[in-house]
Design a protein around this ligand. Structure first.
Ligand code: ADP
Ligand code: MG
Length: 714
């Protein structure tokens, strides 16, 4: 990955120094670090602890509390090896407080078993949980003590770092320790001009890094855990600044490009508006007017259109497309799933083909001769509007004259994919306009930080004639009533969704990677499908989940859309964009497990027709306080923006935006929900920096963002 480093000023040299200068870092270790984006000493300084372990004191076993980590010292009183389901080793430890603690191991070596002789002394650290025989710690970190050995206590909290694959925690700690030894003095490290930081009452960068990596025993642990420690605020400020600067620069760079000015006639737009079976809402008109202004300029538009589910974004996109078609240019519309893309295709064909606009379709399953033909039509310009999936972004797709790239549900795509589509129209002289649509309303502060490279418009009004969805929250015990309700709805010719969500048995998120979650969700959906099919003999039941082949999924969706099936059992794959107006009942199982944004998206699948609709949020008791708040919010409002604000408050921005894809997950310290108050200051700082010291801006971006090269190449 190409790293964009500024010409290294002498003072920064130590930060740019490669990790290979450290003892114990040969090519193999360096490669493992590099895989995690760590190439320089600076990258190690910024590899910040996730949390801390307090080994500065000992706790009496009798005083241990489940769930709170502690260090204890004691003597082995019993050892038991078992093989019931899998190998297991249990070691009971007691101390003078007469409390007993069980240490449990699932992976262990014979030498370890030998260590734990009854009477042996040891010290261990971990988080006790209620077990079969009182409190137990699974896989504690521990060390044996010799008879009469007095082990001292640490005088600083022990940092726990994010894992780097292939490098053990002790090695990682040692490497970071070595890198910190090379931390330059205040003046050399600090690149922000001092006067810009005046009045913020924050520590210097050097102080902040040391406080994070080596907090003293009396550090404000609660503030560190909450992320509100001044050291974290100092780092967050600089990190937010770096991201903002990088987006700003990207935007400025893009604005230097030329784009086809789509001004001139509006015959095509008028044709489409006249042929629509409805009038545009005020919000649709306003947003289209904004887009139209952007498109008329000879520089690329970069606009995000936010609109709640059902607010009618597609027709706005179609109108924008007509402005390009009018000028004899091409438009691409990409959606993240085949289902969604197909729906756009159906809409656009329905609206545009009667007006003699050629709409082409390109998805993964278009292969062989058909694919060659589509590619040929795209390359020759015969295809005026091309709708598709990721397939549109492949190298083999060459446009004749792409003027507008539209991306739906952009948070499902990576930044890179969005840019790949843009690059399709770049011919050295000009780049296409970009229109991004999302149904996930994003609170303003967040949008500013996440999309400082985009202009944002909101379609904040639903088309008339929709009846609001009634939302009901009930316990899973009342499931039989729901089955009856479905039977009634279907008997009246209406349709229903039953959404199965994953019940994650393991509390340990690390042990259930997404693939596994998808499989479990599919299994749950299959079981529910079978149960409901048996309980509802008069109803035709369909099934759709992420593990089905694309063709099977399509078939199931199509059958539901066509009304051939009355009940659709589904996993959250139906989340985005699917439009079946006749569906008026949705049941969401384990609703307490889902985030607000997702619940809102799901609920948006009903209430699309004139019939009164309801959404039943079914939960497994007992509800956590957080889950209760979420469900209550859902009951109270259907305003996507209100829900988004609440979601931000409850869960933080990563989840809200679909973490990884946005690049926001790349934040090392900053948390947009927590640090939102810093943003106005960050923006002001960025303006001054760009005006007064652009070279400093480069160094800050290189330090925080450059290494990850996420935006650098954008
Ligand atoms: P979303 O914003 O969720 O993508 P869609 O574009 O799929 O919404 O629109 C939802 C439905 O509303 C579609 O059936 C669409 O044809 C219809 N629609 C869009 N705009 C209007 C309007 N102004 N009046 C009535 N119906 C509309
Ligand atoms: Mg849509």
């Amino acid at each position: 990955m190409a790293r964009t480093r500024p010409a290294a000023p002498a003072l920064a040299a130590s930060g740019e120094t490669p990790v290979t200068v450290l003892a114990g870092v040969g090519p193999a270790v360096a490669a493992k670090l590099q895989a995690r984006g760590i190439g320089s000493l600076q990258d190690l300084w910024l590899h910040l602890p996730l949390r801390y372990e307090d080994r500065t004191r000992l706790s009496a076993i009798a005083t241990l509390q489940p769930g709170s980590a502690a260090q204890v010292e004691g003597r082995v009183v019993a050892v038991e090896r078992g093989f019931r389901y899998r190998p297991m080793l249990r070691v009971a430890v007691e101390d003078d407080s007469r409390g007993t603690l069980v240490l449990r191991f699932f992976h262990f070596r014979a030498a370890q078993v030998a260590q734990f002789a009854v009477g042996a002394r040891l010290r261990c650290y971990g988080t006790p949980r209620p077990g079969q025989h009182g409190l137990e710690i699974v896989h504690p970190s521990y060390r044996m003590l010799g008879d009469g050995e007095e082990a001292g206590l640490g005088d600083a909290l022990d940092p726990v770092y994010p894992v780097v694959d292939g490098i053990g925690p002790a090695t990682l700690r040692r490497l970071i320790g070595q890198a910190l030894e090379r931390l330059p003095g205040e003046a050399a490290l600090e690149v922000l001009p001092a006067h810009l930081l005046d009045g913020l009452a924050l520590p210097s960068l050097r102080q902040a890094l040391l406080a994070m990596h080596r907090p003293p025993a009396d550090a404000d642990v609660a503030a560190l855990a909450a992320g509100t420690h001044p050291a974290q605020r100092r780092l967050a400020l600089e990190e937010l600044l770096a991201h903002h600067l990088s987006l700003r620069r990207q935007r400025i760079a893009l604005q230097q490009h030329h784009a086809p000015a789509l001004s001139g006639g509006d015959r095509r737009v008028r044709q489409l508006r006249q042929s629509l079976p409805f009038r545009l809402t005020g919000a649709q008109q306003r947003v289209f007017a904004q887009i139209r202004q952007d498109l008329a300029r000879p520089h690329p538009m970069l606009r995000l259109v936010q609109g709640d589910v059902g607010s009618g974004k597609t027709v706005v996109a179609a109108l924008a497309a007509m402005l390009a078609v009018e000028q004899g240019k091409q438009v691409a519309l990409a959606a993240p799933t085949e289902l969604l893309a197909e729906q756009h295709l159906a809409n656009l064909r329905g609206w545009l083909e009667p007006l003699d606009v050629q709409v082409a379709w390109l998805a993964g399953k278009v292969t062989g001769k058909a694919r060659a033909r589509v590619l040929e039509n795209i390359a020759s310009g015969r295809a005026q509007v091309v709708v598709g999936t990721h397939a549109l972004m492949q190298d083999s797709v060459v446009f004749h004259d792409l003027a507008l790239a539209i991306v739906d549900e952009q948070h499902r795509f990576g930044v890179h994919q969005r840019l790949a589509l843009r690059d399709k129209g770049a011919d050295g002289r000009s780049v296409p306009h970009q229109l991004v649509m999302t149904a996930t309303p994003i609170p303003r502060t967040l949008a500013m930080a996440a999309y400082s490279d985009l202009d944002v418009s909101a379609i904040d009004e639903l088309p008339p004639g929709r009846t609001p969805v009634q939302t009901i929250v009930i316990s899973a015990e009342r499931r039989p009533e729901l089955v009856e309700r479905i039977r009634l709805a279907c008997a009246q010719g209406r349709q229903a969704y039953w959404v199965c969500t994953l019940i994650d048995e393991s509390e340990d998120a690390d042990s259930s990677p997404a693939a596994n979650a998808g499989r479990m969700e599919a299994v749950a959906a299959q079981a529910t499908f079978e149960a409901l099919s048996a309980q509802l003999p008069g109803v035709r039941v369909g099934l759709v989940h992420g593990r089905m082949k694309a063709a099977e999924k399509q078939a199931a969706m199509r059958a539901f859309k066509a009304g051939e099936t009355g009940l659709l059992v589904a996993t959250t794959v139906i989340e985005v964009g699917v439009d079946v107006p006749n569906a008026s009942l949705m049941i969401i199982e384990n609703a307490e497990r889902l985030g607000l944004a997702q619940l809102h998206q799901l609920r948006g699948r009903v209430g699309r027709g004139a019939a009164a609709s309801s959404c039943v949020l079914m939960y497994q008791a007992p509800l956590s306080a957080m889950a209760r708040q979420r469900l209550e919010t859902m009951r109270q409002t259907s305003d996507g923006f209100v829900i988004a604000e609440k979601d931000l408050e409850l869960r933080g921005p990563g989840e809200l935006l679909g973490t990884r894809q946005t690049g926001l997950a790349a934040f090392r310290v900053a948390d947009l929900a927590r640090d939102a108050a810093l943003l106005p200051g960050v923006h002001a700082l960025a303006e001054r920096l760009l005006a007064e010291a652009p070279a400093v801006a480069d160094r800050i971006v290189a330090r925080w963002v450059g290494g990850a090269a996420r935006y650098a190449s954008a």
